[in-house]
Design a protein around this ligand. Structure first.
Ligand SMILES: NC(=O)c1ccc[n+]([C@@H]2O[C@H](COP(=O)([O-])OP(=O)(O)OC[C@H]3O[C@@H](n4cnc5c(N)ncnc54)[C@H](O)[C@@H]3O)[C@@H](O)[C@H]2O)c1
Length: 317
């Protein structure tokens, strides 16, 4: 937990995860500077925080240098869903790589501790399952997902080189699929897709035969893990996997969403997208040991909260 009075920078603070993180930091007594260029994030996500005396918003693109007085940096700025990061792939790589360079330079200048929101995508389409941090991954360097996957891999490299060259206090957290309120309705992620289709009474699109698996972490659990990572001793750098290891097939998820939302939508099949991983589950042994962290929110409970959010957002109240 950050002591009161610290000034913490959250890049991407108006996004899905960033807005929850800003909220949690304020609750813990920190001064929060939210930096965002509103590429995918929205003012609505942080509307409730704007009047808070310890909350400040700065509209800024992290691919441009930034000089502000902070002692902790959570670097989350980056579009996270394929629909968004493939929209302008060159900008995605710039955000990942130049964004990391500028935030690391800021951390160096201010003597700040810095955390990188990395991703399970650094493992690509893995041939090791579940994925431990020691696995180097199987990533296509020239595909449609590469702007994000390779951008995030390069950002990790930069974090560790700043550590080796400049002795920075770094934390690299590899986030696995996370869901919850403030996801976007049309970003193509499976949880939001299924819920929105179910609420609208549209067909639920299942890619392939639906046997591919994923594991989903509820946003509140994820934020706890980010805060715990930031507060680990200086010697702990990660990378550390954070996610919920409970694995289910996409067919099972579709059926669960239908049941919890009371929808009568049909399930229809479409071809699997290129480079879509068949299996994805974190090995969270390191997070359990080093962060003393475990995901707590059961999938049904998290899905009900997310369905309620989308019901209100889409006016299906
Ligand atoms: N949600 C997940 O399941 C997940 C999984 C793995 C990793 N992550 C990582 O967590 C971070 C946050 O993801 P999210 O799901 O909240 O996505 P999001 O798209 O909701 O949030 C990203 C935020 O970054 C902002 N942003 C994008 N480019 C920027 C730039 N150049 N300068 C300043 N701001 C910029 C966006 O406007 C948005 O507010 C990302 O770095 C993502 O890679 C998320």
């Amino acid at each position: 937990m950050s002591p009161a009075g610290r000034r913490t920078l959250v890049t991407g603070g108006a996004g899905f995860l960033g807005s929850h993180l800003c909220e949690a930091l304020l609750q813990r007594g920190a001064d929060v500077l939210c930096v965002d260029n509103f590429h995918t994030g929205t003012r609505a996500n942080i509307a409730a925080l704007l009047p808070h005396p310890r909350f400040e918003l700065l509209e800024h693109d992290v691919s441009v240098p930034l000089d502000v007085d902070v002692d902790r940096i959570f670097n989350l700025a980056c579009p996270a869903s394929p629909v968004h990061y493939q929209h302008d792939p060159v900008q995605t790589t710039k955000t990942c790589v130049q964004g990391a360079i500028h935030m690391l330079a800021l951390a160096k200048a201010r003597g700040a501790r810095i955390l990188q929101a990395s991703t399970s995508e650094v493992y690509g389409d893995p041939e090791v399952h579940p994925q431990p941090e020691s696995y180097w991954g199987r990533v296509n360097p020239i595909g449609m997902r590469s702007c994000y996957n390779e951008g995030k891999r390069c950002a990790e490299t930069l974090f560790f080189d700043y550590r080796r060259q400049h002795d920075l206090e770094i934390k690299v957290v590899r986030i696995f699929n996370t869901y919850g309120p403030r996801m976007y309705p049309d970003d193509g992620r499976v949880v939001s897709n299924f819920i929105v289709q179910a609420l609208r009474g549209e067909d639920i699109t299942l890619y392939g035969d639906g046997s591919q698996t994923r594991s989903f972490c509820y946003v509140d659990d994820l934020i706890e893990a980010l805060l715990a990572s930031m507060d680990t001793p200086a010697a702990f750098t990660g990378p550390v996997n954070v996610g919920n290891p409970a694995e289910l097939s996409m067919r099972e998820l579709a059926e669960l969403v239908l049941r919890l939302s009371g929808s009568r939508s049909r399930i229809v099949h479409q071809p699997l997208p290129a480079d879509d991983p068949k299996l994805r589950r974190p090995d969270i042994g390191l997070a359990q040991r080093e962060l003393g962290w475990n995901p707590k929110v059961p999938l049904e409970k998290g899905l009900l909260a997310t369905i309620a959010y989308f019901r209100a957002l889409l006016n299906f109240g």
